[in-house]
Every structure is written in C-alpha cells, then in structure tokens.
Design a protein around this ligand. Sequence first.
Ligand code: GDP
Ligand code: ZN
Length: 459
Amino acid sequence: MKLDTSPIAAIATAPGRGGIGVVRASGKSLAPLLAALFPDVALSPRRATYIPFRQADGAVIDQGIALYFKGPNSYTGEDVLELQGHGGPIVLQMLLARVLEAGAEAGLRLAEPGEFTRRAYLNDKLDLAQAEAVADLIDASTEAAAKSATQSLSGAFSKTINTLVEQTTGLRMLVEATLDFPEEEIDFLEKSDARGQLAVIVASLERVFQQAAQGALLREGLNVVLVGQPNVGKSSLLNALAGADVAIVTPIAGTTRDKVSETIQIEGIPLNIIDTAGIRTIDDAVDVVERIGIERTWGEVARADVILHLLDADQGPTRADDGIVAAFPAGVPVLRVWNKIDLSGHKPSVDPAEEATNIYLSAHEHVGMDLLRAELLRIAGWQQTGESLFLARERHLIALRSAQKHLALAGEHAAQNDQSLDLFAEELRLAQAQLSSITGQFSSDDLLGVIFSRFCIGK
Ligand code: GDP
Ligand code: ZN
C-alpha cells in the first residue's frame, strides 16, 4: 500500500445493483474537489444536500445526496465527501470517474483496499485492533461473529488490552524505580507485593486469551470435510446439518460429481462443510482426469480441521473404506459417522474410540444429529462461557501467548529473589510490547514519562 497522503476516492458500496451506491473521497483538504464538483453550492459539513452530480460540461450524471464531513470530524480524520447516487454499476463508475477528474489537479487518486480505514488508524480515529474489527465485521459470516466484531470495533477489546498494558507498566515502573536505588532492592519483592501484582496480571491475561481464542473461532470457523462411499448419505447429512436442501440427494450412487461446499453455523460458529465426491484412493484411479479429481479431494482432506467419515450402519464398512482410513492424514481428528441407524436398528449414540469417535445417527430421520453437532463443537474447542467474546485474529492470539510467556519468565525471575530484578523488569517490558502491538500503540518512550510523572525522585 502506498504511503502517500494524496486525496483518495473509491466506490464504497458493494459491486452490483442496489437502491443506492456511494462514492467516497478523503483528503487533508477536499476544498478544491468540492469547488470543482459543486461550483454553485457551498456544502455545509454534516448536512445532507440533495443535488445534481454533473459532468464538467454540465450534463447531469445522477441526482443524489452529497454529504461532507470536515476533518478531523470524519471517519478518516480528514475531509470526507460522500456522494450517494443510484446503485447501478455504470452510474457509479461514471460518478467515480467524474470525482477523479474533478480532483485530478489536487492529486486525487483511486484508493487502495482498506486505505480509508488505514487513514482512520493513522489519524488516531481507530486503533489497530479496531481497524481490524472493521474488516471482520464486514466479513462476519454469522450473527455471533458480527456481534463480537462490533464489540472489538467499539473498543472493548482494546480497552481490556490497554488495562493489561497499564498494569504491566505500573509494575515495571515499580521495579525500575527500585533498580535506581539499590539499597531498596533488598525487600522490594515483599514490600511491593510484586509477585501478587504479577499473579493478578497473569490471571486476567489468561481470561482475555480465552475470550479472544473463543472469538477467533467465530471468525475462523471450522473446515469440515465429508468423506464416504457413494450412497452412504453424505448429501443427506449435509442437508440435515444445514437445515435446507443445499446438496442434491438421489438414490443413484455417485450423484455428487464435484464438491459441494456450504457454510452452516452451530451456535454461531461457522462450519465450512465440503461434501466430496465418493472419495477413492489414488491407486484406484482409472484415468488422468479422475486422478486429478482424487488428488484435489485429498488436498481438501489434508486441510480439514475435522474429517467426517460417513459409513452405512446397515451395510457396515466396505473394503474401500479401509483404504480411505489408511490414507487419512495424521493429526486431523476423525468422526466416524454411522448413518442410516433407522435401517440398522442401532441407538443414536456417541462411542469414543482410540482412533476415531463413532457416532450413530440417521441423517434422513434427523435422529442423533444433536450428538454430531455437540461433537463438532467439542472438536472446535467451543466453550459456552457466557462471557462476551472478542473477535480476535491469529495475530492477537500470538501476541497474547507471547505476553503470557514473558510474564511466566518474569515470575521465574521474581521467584529467584532480588538477584534478577533487572531481568524481571526486562520480561515485563517484553510482555508489554507484545500487548501493545495488538492495539498498535507501543512506544518505548512512554515508560520514562510514566515513571517521572508519577514518581517523586526525592523519595
Ligand atoms: P451420498 O451419495 O453419500 O451423498 O448419499 P445421499 O445423501 O445422496 O443418500 C443416498 C440415499 O440414501 C438416498 O436415497 C437417501 O435418501 C438415503 N439415506 C440417506 N440417509 C439415510 C438415513 O438416515 N436412513 C435411510 N433409511 N436412508 C437414508
Ligand atoms: Zn451426495
């Protein structure tokens, strides 16, 4: 992404047709653009103005609402102009072209992806975690995910992180002040209850990690691959899980020619389910085309978070199933789902075995489906804590884990008593840097400021 700060413009609404469509521009000063677009009218900030959008020669492109936000009171913190026109691809392209033309002299250019939000971050309208939440809210695939993204966007996650940073800074401040006065080092750990303070930080960090890890599930979901011989009921199971007819179900073996993928949700966790064509091992391939298809399917299996291996409970496993099981990638959990228990007479149940958990159900009769859902949630690591969740990203989880590691090391130094106070302080600094990287507000200089503003050096 370019770092230049020239004014930018883009179509802000999704491609395709809609009731309205928005062209948005942002820049340190949009006065030249406004003057070129609307020579006869001075738009007042934060006021909707119904106005014709004209070509340079005066021809009307569209008639709509112009909204002008004077910086810093805008999304990006710069001047922002929004033109709301009719939501057709051609009219919006024309409008955008006109805006770019009108702003050309002022250096207006097409915005890069995410550049409006990036400017909001650079202008302190949002911190890094909030900026990420904007994208996550737009990308949310379930209501629960959207709710958590809104939490993060509103700053709840950042606030929690900032509290941890403050606590860590506070403790470090104590330690560093003591380092300057060696004679006080002796009883420092006891007097200041540094260990107690550290324990409090460690405990709240663990809680935040759990909230973030659960939230990450809402964001990432689970990749589920359905494998099994033709006619065991893969499509029926997908339908039963989805609650709608998304896959074709017929009694003719081998109907699912290509993979059918469907995202469903269980308790708000998106499950991306891929129904593979009756999978076979590569040795069984008849020709090159089939070989490629089989390879692609095994590629999906290798990337899965969980494999649903479907079998016919009435007919029992086939020899082909043995071959498939032997080829399953190591480390991917397998649920062995015995379908059609209405025919076999099994009871709906879950039977954990060493190599794979067995589940007995009937997709067609919708019996035992709740057992399967519960197993999928268990594998996902979902816990209903009732606590609000933060729609965290992998980056956040890594930073939180790393901060935990440094706090643990700090604890070890604290346990060795006064010899290693400087190491204790150093680990606190590293933990703090990790936490601050989440909101993007790390600056190593703030610590000195905190120390000298809050500590009387003559003490
Ligand atoms: P796929 O080839 O593995 O996708 O299998 P389908 O979902 O297309 O199902 C094959 C046949 O088995 C269809 O006629 C389904 O109605 C039937 N079937 C699927 N699940 C069940 C079940 O639980 N009980 C019974 N009796 N039939 C089922
Ligand atoms: Zn099928």
